[in-house]
Write a protein that binds this ligand. Structure first.
Ligand SMILES: [Cu+2]
Length: 369
């Protein structure tokens, strides 16, 4: 048997077994999947019975029960538009400074009904706060480590070696703190994550978040309108329905493979409660892939096409009229599309790795006229 196929089957068998043992329940008894016919079955049975032949596009695959977002301390629907803008001040030299405060905390989070994951978090949530700044500002970020292991914040952006968030450059022991300082550049859709060793464990435990730098319209006179539309707070920007989606996965039994996939952490969250879209206003998604263990993740939109801005670092699309993009870990970009004139209803979007979709990364837009 091919190696990859053997591994895939092993993961599914592992899922079924773990469900029977009650080790975790996302796809198990505590949170069984409802099959295509809508009959609730224990997911442990489901995972082995179906052999991966669920009718995804019937839209019926989902978890049973509800995640307690209050207990988690974050809600995936709030995360979509929860921009952390920090505090802005002007320093003695006239420089515009944007300050953030982040603390690393160990927190148990519920990622699917009845399934708890011992996360390491920034500010108690996974993904961490969506930091949003403007191109050219001076960023001053105070990072305190209240977790049980050494952590850091490594930014995908432009900065000096001493601010890189690697060992010897802003690695922070438990109980200690460090202030990262750099200029917000280049504009785009970026991310930050812990860079402690072993890297895959520190990232996968939940230490990551989106870092959005809005273009400064004054620096882009030729594309001023496009820049303004991306500048949070402008009239041009207010037309848009913006949201952030961080594609992630969770290895619930620590075998270096994910058992649950999502955008913004909670399996099937946007399937159970679709994201409401006003039909005639354009949509912009800041998309980041931080999925550990799997080489790629993807985003596929049903019944529509979008323009894509790779890394968000251009004001012209780098891909036009596509309905699927593929991203390796840390790759990100901006999607722009519109449902103007479309028939109102539920429009699906999901990873086009079918297995990821079945294990939680499956969602709906509810387009309303
Ligand atoms: Cu870490």
């Amino acid at each position: 048997m091919l190696d990859w196929l053997q591994r895939k089957i092993s993961r599914r068998q592992g899922l079924a077994k773990a469900g029977q043992l009650g080790v975790f329940g996302a796809i198990g008894a505590a949170a069984g999947i409802v099959g295509p016919a809508g009959n609730a079955k224990g997911g442990r049975a489901r995972a082995s019975e179906t052999g991966g032949h669920n009718t995804l596009h019937s839209g019926a695959n989902r978890t049973v029960g509800r995640v307690d977002h209050k207990r988690n301390g974050f809600d995936p629907h709030v995360i979509l538009t929860d921009w952390e803008r920090g505090e802005v001040s002007i320093d003695a030299s006239g420089k515009r400074v944007r300050s953030f405060d982040i603390v690393a905390i160990d927190t148990e989070i519920e990622i699917a009904p009845g399934l708890f994951f011992p996360a390491w978090t920034y500010n108690g949530r996974v993904p961490g706060p969506t930091l949003r700044a403007q191109e050219g500002e001076h960023i001053r970020l105070r990072f305190r480590n209240s977790g049980s292991h050494a952590h850091s914040m490594h930014f995908h952006g432009i900065h000096g070696a001493s601010m890189d968030g690697i060992t010897g450059a802003g690695m922070v022991k438990p109980g200690a703190e460090f202030t990262y300082e750099f200029t917000a550049e280049p504009f785009g859709c970026h991310l930050y994550h812990c860079h402690a060793i072993p890297l895959k464990r520190h990232i996968h435990k939940g230490l990551y978040g989106a870092f959005i730098i809005d273009p400064n319209p004054d620096k882009h006179p030729e594309q001023r309108d496009a820049a303004l539309s991306r500048q949070l707070g402008s009239d041009e920007n207010a037309r848009w329905q913006e949201m952030v989606m961080v594609m992630n996965g969770f290895d619930t039994n620590f075998d270096d493979e994910n058992e649950v996939y999502a955008t913004n952490s909670i399996a099937f969250a946007y399937m159970l409660d679709p994201i409401v879209i006003e039909r005639d206003r354009p949509v912009r998604i800041y998309l980041v892939n931080v999925t550990e263990f799997d080489p790629i993740n993807s985003f596929h939109l049903h019944a529509n096409f979008f323009n894509y801005f790779d890394h968000g670092t251009t004001l012209e699309p780098t891909l036009r009229t596509v309905d699927t993009v593929m991203l390796c870990q840390a790759q990100r970009g901006i999607l722009e599309f519109s449902f103007a004139g479309f028939e109102p209803g539920q429009y699906m979007f999901h990873a086009h790795q079918t297995e990821f979709a079945e294990l939680g990364w499956m969602s709906f837009f509810e387009v309303q006229s």
